[in-house]
Design a protein around this ligand. Structure first.
Ligand SMILES: C[S@@+](CC[C@H](N)C(=O)[O-])C[C@H]1O[C@@H](n2cnc3c(N)ncnc32)[C@H](O)[C@@H]1O
Length: 250
């Protein structure tokens, strides 16, 4: 069982490695995930002077969209991987967004005082934290009384054909070990009620869960394969394992 530090080190290296793929496929990824951002931002109730924290912000969403909605406010984008936040800064500069800052830190150890933020977003980051309960306690600590937290996680693989089609193709060519259900992986928080239970334990109230449909649009099967194999964490990991097992069989 890896330690929390080992998990953080692994995640930092993984996302540093995936960052070029995320920048290359930025517009396709943003189109795919924008319904999720829209739904999250709607529930967060952003005011024009909002103090907002985006956790595991990666290349900057939904934090940068919040920054545009809060011209008198301020957004802090945080992530474990500096390379992902560098892309967020380039995306912000291209859109002339200035009311933001970036901070490299882990979700379960936030360098902010108690009751600092009006709202927090975590789009597709939760499942990668070493200790999801500790991270949720940190979110509750830095939220002001009455503040809102909204996160998104992936539902089970069967309901995500945009990744399972590629994973089935990889599994046909390489022997893949099943992911550790308690370790960081894309579907670790998929069970209905999983994240709500974490919120409740952290003392958060008025918790709700809902589904948002997303669709991935690629121009061709070749483009679909290229983009999945360059930015989706489980696919990239499986392809690396496949390469290792192929080498072993020679
Ligand atoms: C799927 S990306 C999501 C990025 C962005 N929120 C989005 O939806 O486009 C997951 C992000 O989680 C970050 N991450 C992984 N472990 C983390 C941790 N312990 N603390 C903070 N961020 C972490 C990764 O570096 C990566 O940028």
């Amino acid at each position: 069982m890896p330690s929390d530090d080992q998990i953080r080190d692994g995640q930092r290296a993984t996302w540093a490695g995936l960052s070029a793929g995320w920048e290359k496929w930025d517009s396709v990824i943003m189109d795919q995930l924008s319904p999720v951002s829209t739904a999250m931002i709607e529930r967060l109730g952003i005011a024009d002077d909002q103090q907002h924290l985006d956790i595991a912000a990666g290349t900057g969403e939904p934090g940068l969209t919040v920054a545009k909605l809060a011209p008198r406010g301020h957004v802090v984008l945080t992530d474990l991987a500096a390379q992902m936040l560098d892309i967020a800064t380039r995306r912000a500069n291209a859109q002339e967004i200035t009311n933001f800052e970036t901070k490299v830190c882990s979700a379960d150890d936030l360098p902010f005082g108690d009751e600092t933020f009006d709202s927090i977003s975590v789009r597709f980051g939760y499942m990668f934290f070493p200790d999801v309960a500790k991270a949720t306690a940190e979110f509750a600590r830095v939220l002001k009384p009455g503040g809102r937290l909204c996160s998104s996680v992936w539902v089970k693989p069967e309901d995500n054909p945009w990744t399972t089609i590629a994973m089935q193709a990889i599994a046909a060519e390489a022997v893949l070990a099943p992911p550790d259900p308690d370790g960081p992986n894309m579907f670790r928080c998929a069970a209905p009620g999983h994240v709500s239970a974490l919120y409740a334990v952290a003392g958060l109230r008025d918790v709700a869960e809902w589904d948002v449909d997303v669709g991935l649009v690629a121009r061709s099967p070749a483009q679909y394969w290229e983009m999945i194999s360059e930015h989706v964490s489980i696919a990239v990991a499986a392809l690396q394992l496949g390469r290792v097992s192929n080498v072993g069989r020679r």
